[in-house]
Design a protein around this ligand. Structure first.
Ligand code: ZEM
Length: 291
């Protein structure tokens, strides 16, 4: 798939290029949309408010240890789908491209418009990426429960409401046995954003899947087998999380509003821009067209 060049700073043009690579016949459910959302999330979810490192700025996932972190298994597909766009438009940083791909995908899959601001820069090499300090083991583990979810998301600066809203992203995509070890999709149509994930969690009879793989729940919806992770189940088992899961199951508009705000906040974590709107990272010379 070849991509075209657009003028430096033409982010609408880049959005069009991203939309053009969303359709991926032969890959998963025919769409790169869900994995773009996961790429934006994992690029950002390494953030820690204290000591104030990690996050999407710098695009550290191009280098070890982020690129080889087991939690990021499979995201090389997302990065590869976007590579022709970067090659044709070297002026955009990977950090901006990955986060823009996530928000463009959400919108293209029937979801809300998520606020997005450019200005992220890239670490020139692994050496600079690793001046950030230790950002390993910061992404959540699906086998755990509510306490772990809070530990991870409070560290980033989110509250219970934002945690539940963000978790609604599991309306999209699927688990792969060769990536996380878990298997299957959460909803019947995994490439259309909606509040179906919350509805199913609250209304279906979930049973442990009988298999050799990691513990997960399953049920069947209109002939389609769907799944839930232990962390998904924590969203209805924990009383404080459940309040929000119930609100979002009833009101898709509210879910979309809260998701857009929380996802917009997620991709901004740790991105601090100068007067020109540039968020410099160690070793980066800044954005060429801004000078
Ligand atoms: Zn996910 N996620 N996630 N997530 N996620 C997977 C897939 C996707 C957790 C998790 O362990 C997993 C958020 C929060 C959390 C997406 C978006 C967002 C998979 C399956 C796992 C195991 C990976 C695989 O095998 O390919 C946990 C424990 C979370 C919090 C407690 C948040 C927040 C997200 C975005 C806002 C998406 C879109 C997918 C589907 C990816 C795909 O390839 O289809």
């Amino acid at each position: 798939m070849s991509a075209s060049s657009v003028a430096p700073g033409d982010y609408e043009g880049i959005r069009k290029q991203i939309k053009a690579v969303l359709k991926q016949p032969g890959y998963d459910d025919g769409s790169a949309g869900p994995i773009f959302v996961r790429l934006a999330w994992h690029a950002s979810g390494t953030y820690s408010a204290k000591p104030g490192n990690g996050g999407s700025n710098g695009a550290g996932m191009r280098f070890a240890p982020e690129s080889t972190d087991g939690a990021n298994a499979g995201l090389e597909h997302a990065r590869a789908f976007l590579e022709p766009i970067k090659a044709a438009n070297p002026w955009i940083s990977y950090a901006d491209l990955w986060t823009l791909a996530g928000v463009t995908a959400v919108e293209a899959m029937n979801g809300p418009k998520v606020p997005w601001t450019p200005g992220r820069t890239d670490f020139p090499s692994e050496k600079e990426a690793n001046t950030r300090g230790d950002i390993e083991n910061r992404l959540p583990d699906a086998a755990q429960g509510a306490q772990h979810i809070r530990d991870v998301f409070y560290r980033m600066g989110f509250n219970d409401q934002e945690i539940v809203a963000l978790s609604g992203a599991h309306n999209l995509g699927r688990c792969h046995t060769d990536r996380s070890g878990f298997d299957g999709q959460w909803v019947v149509n995994p490439t259309r954003f909606s509040n179906q994930f919350f509805k199913l969690l609250l209304t279906r009879k979930w049973v442990p899947k009988k298999w050799d793989g990691p513990f997960q729940y399953e049920t069947v919806v209109a002939g389609t087998p769907v799944m839930a992770l232990p962390t998904d189940m924590a969203l209805i088992e924990d009383p404080k999380f459940r309040v929000w899961a119930e609100k979002y199951a009833k009101d898709q508009k509210l879910f979309f509003e809260h998701f857009a705000a929380a996802f917009g906040k997620l991709i901004e974590l740790g991105v601090s821009r100068d007067g020109k709107g540039i968020a410099l990272v160690a070793g980066a010379g800044g954005c060429p067209f801004a000078h």
